[in-house]
Design a protein around this ligand. Structure first.
Ligand SMILES: [Zn+2]
Length: 85
């Protein structure tokens, strides 16, 4: 798996996931890389919005699943669903 910027060792991370994201037509036009360091409560992510194609990087605190981020550009909510396998 590709490591996020600034991360040199997978052991630094408590959580990491990489997903393709589908738009409302079911086309997987977006993607997200989401991770959290062991030393940090805050999640970091890089998102390519499946709805508008905008690319962005940000941080978020998630209190409960499913994890959800909002696109800066089109304001649509993107759900990062639980891993199927
Ligand atoms: Zn968007």
């Amino acid at each position: 798996m590709q490591l996020p910027d600034g991360i040199t060792d997978l052991n630094e991370l408590a959580y990491i996931t990489s997903r393709k994201l589908a738009n409302e037509h079911g086309e997987k036009t977006g993607s997200v890389l989401l991770w959290r360091k062991k030393s940090d409560e805050v999640f970091h992510y890089t998102l390519k919005c499946p709805h508008c194609g905008s690319e962005q990087a940000s941080r978020a605190l998630f209190n409960r699943r499913p994890y959800r981020v909002e696109c800066y550009s089109c304001k649509k909510s993107v759900v990062i669903e639980k891993l199927a396998k």
